[in-house]
Design a protein around this ligand. Structure first.
Ligand code: SF4
Length: 284
């Protein structure tokens, strides 16, 4: 995960590491794509955080097939959005919406029904757990054709009880999958560390030795702290799909715990149905 900074891209040229390039405006998409091609980078996606609502963004021809993670505050005007729908359908797009604004629960549902993938950002509260739970059921068990809503459909697709997959995966927040760089080439474990100016490595030249660093190993196994201190997360029924990721939003587990417990049940039920192990109606 790195800012769009040409000298930084040049340092990663031909290195074979997948990159996520962060942009502050959709008008930078064309320039960023040209730089990606110039430096022969393996682009995972362009991550664009804009203050514009989705309906105000006019997709351009050159955006087709570029993987886009588009962060918008909300959908905006629905009539305007419907007029842009044919162009939006041409894109390789996932729309990120902040879950701290309850209007976006409805927004994600609208996008799903229009065939556009979306993701709710769960990293900032307050969250309305009951509405989130309703949305998860719609995403997993709705009867009409619809696009995916993350993190629910990501979990349904990727969750295995023996592997480490949790709600942070959809949000570039897993330090074992994504690292963050700044323009100076310093390496950070997450967005919070980058904003606080606390690098793990002073330069990306040391990336190959990353796995041996005590700070990296500590972060990777930080989840174990919950069991050492025996806090609320250590006895949570939804632990396997959360691992304390939502703890900063709800310290006493009042809302997150029943939500994640129900979500885990729903994911397991969804997977059982996919493999034909779901419940069937009794027969005489
Ligand atoms: S759902 Fe809440 S209580 Fe359970 S593991 Fe996550 S943060 Fe902890």
């Amino acid at each position: 995960m790195l800012p769009f900074h040409e000298p930084l891209l040049a340092r990663l040229a031909g290195g074979g590491r997948p990159v996520v390039i962060e942009l502050g405006h959709v008008r930078e998409i064309g320039t960023a794509l040209a730089a990606v091609q110039r430096h022969r980078l393996d682009l995972r996606c362009l991550r664009i955080r804009t203050t514009m609502p989705l309906s105000s963004i006019t997709p351009e021809d050159g955006w087709w097939r570029i993987p886009l993670a588009l962060y918008v505050p909300h959908l905006g005007s629905l009539p305007q959005l419907m007029r842009r729908l044919p162009q939006l359908h041409m894109l390789n797009l996932r729309v990120y919406l902040p879950a701290s604004d309850a209007v976006n629960y409805r927004g994600a549902r609208i996008l799903a029904s229009l065939g556009i993938e979306s993701a709710l950002e769960l990293d900032q509260g307050p969250l309305e757990w009951d509405k989130l739970a309703d949305l998860a059921i719609y995403a997993l068990f709705g009867l009409r054709p619809r696009a995916a809503i993350a993190p629910f459909n990501d979990l349904a697709r990727r969750y295995r009880s023996s592997e480490r997959v949790d709600v942070s995966f959809s949000h570039f927040a897993d330090p074992t999958a994504y690292l963050f760089l700044d323009e100076a080439g310093r390496v950070f474990l997450d967005e919070a560390d980058r904003q606080a100016g606390k690098p793990l490595l002073a330069d990306l030249g040391g990336l190959d030795g990353l796995a041996a660093l005590p700070a990296f190993r500590e972060r990777r196994y930080r989840w174990q702290r919950h069991f050492l201190s025996r806090d609320e997360c250590a006895c949570c029924e939804g632990w396997r799909i959360c691992r304390g990721t939502l703890a900063h939003l709800n310290g006493d587990g009042e809302g997150c715990r029943p939500f994640c417990s129900d979500l885990l049940d729903a994911v397991e039920e969804y997977q059982a149905r996919q493999t034909g192990r779901g419940p069937s109606v009794w027969q005489p």
